[in-house]
Design a protein around this ligand. Sequence first.
Ligand code: FAD
Length: 444
Amino acid sequence: MRWESTPPGLAKLQLRAIAELRQLFGEDAISIDDEDLHLHGYSEWSTVNCDQLPAAVAYPKSTEDVSKIAQICHKYRVPMIPYSGGSSLEGNFSAPHGGITIDFLHMDKILKLHEDDLDVVVQPSIQWMQLNEMIKHTGLFFPIDPGPPAKVGGMVGTNCSGTNAVRYGTMKDWVINLTVVLADGRVIKTRQRPRKSSAGYNLTGMFVGSEGTLGIVTEITLKLAVLPEETRVGVATFDTIRDAANAAMRVMRKGVPIQCMEILDEVQMSVINKAGGTNRVWKESPTLFFKFSGTKSGVLESIDITKVIAKDSGSTSFEFAKNEKECRDIWSARKESLWSMLSLRKDGSTDVWSTDVAVPLSRLPDIIELSKKDLDDLGMFASILGHVGDGNFHESIMYDKTDPEQRAKIEQVVHAMVDRAIEMEGSCTVPGPLKLMLPDLNLE
Ligand SMILES: Cc1cc2nc3c(=O)[nH]c(=O)nc-3n(C[C@H](O)[C@H](O)[C@H](O)COP(=O)(O)OP(=O)(O)OC[C@H]3O[C@@H](n4cnc5c(N)ncnc54)[C@H](O)[C@@H]3O)c2cc1C
């Protein structure tokens, strides 16, 4: 469905806003191309998609451009939806009421690199992997690592995490300040550039994770970390998912300074094997992936302790990447697991439902075991994987989106997992059907 289903009052205002924007910026900068609208209003990775698309996509080149776009949208009361890498998984950049999507495609630069201050000032459309490639000569890196296509603006929007979160925390811990365009076009900077400051309200914290609802981020100052001297990747397999989760919890409880610790069930390991791409065949049983980093001696010590804990918890094997290439292959297997799953779809009607819950660490073995049983009972192709070092895991379920019965069954299982997580004092980011979350707009 296109944006013509927007309430007529809003549709008229949108047309006027688009006309004024096109007059100011030219037609190329304000796209109404069908394919472009679809690309910005729909995602095959997302668990939810609404029926609506944005009415236009704006491509600003500067904070000033964004401010002018906001002024015009504000004048006509037209929604604005910021868009960076488009990799968010829960309908985050949907345009349920149409409106203007703002894609920062042309705002992808490093503005200033302060090596000695360990920080960098960037525009929103720089991708985190690209940023790390561009600064690797400094011996510094930006450690937050969500989906490979993610860009810094969207990472601020979602307060994302990633496999490194167990060591480095989440996005909110790495943002020093933001330049933000407010809904009416005013531009603010949230604070100055010291790494630490307790002065004033924590405006930066308010915008991080606000998904573009409070303002549009056009510049970001990020902290950087020093690249570790040594990094090793290890893989341990277990007979049961409970054993694997239990080992993960014990590694954390022991205080081993791991950089990442990821759990994948046997289904997920088979998905990686089927997708190929890692130059080896993995044992298809519940598996923990570890990344150790630090000084050479520190890494060796961490490995020794982890091996003992894994063995005590029932590991059936423990091995290491032999070289950097193998290290990268192992890690990319984990990072690309969603795509591995998507690549197994047989036809256009199959979709993957991904979910996201987190619980206090000690409850992890319980919730993973119970959720795994529910998935097995479901009888569909479904797997568990997660950032277990933070008590966070995902279920991914392959289903036929044209079959309402399958959808209803999955909803039941997913809701049971979410209820369980909440009971265990955990949290979730699984959205309900989008229409239930949106207030009615009466713009007739
Ligand atoms: C394979 C895969 C693995 C993933 N793994 C993880 C993971 O481990 N941890 C994790 O947290 N996420 C993960 N994600 C989800 C996703 O990568 C993150 O949510 C990421 O932060 C989204 O960044 P993006 O640039 O793609 O944002 P987008 O999808 O473009 O936008 C995300 C949100 O931010 C808003 N936004 C975008 N730009 C701006 C801006 N300039 N100003 C204000 N708001 C803005 C958007 O409106 C939207 O609400 C994964 C995704 C994939 C596909």
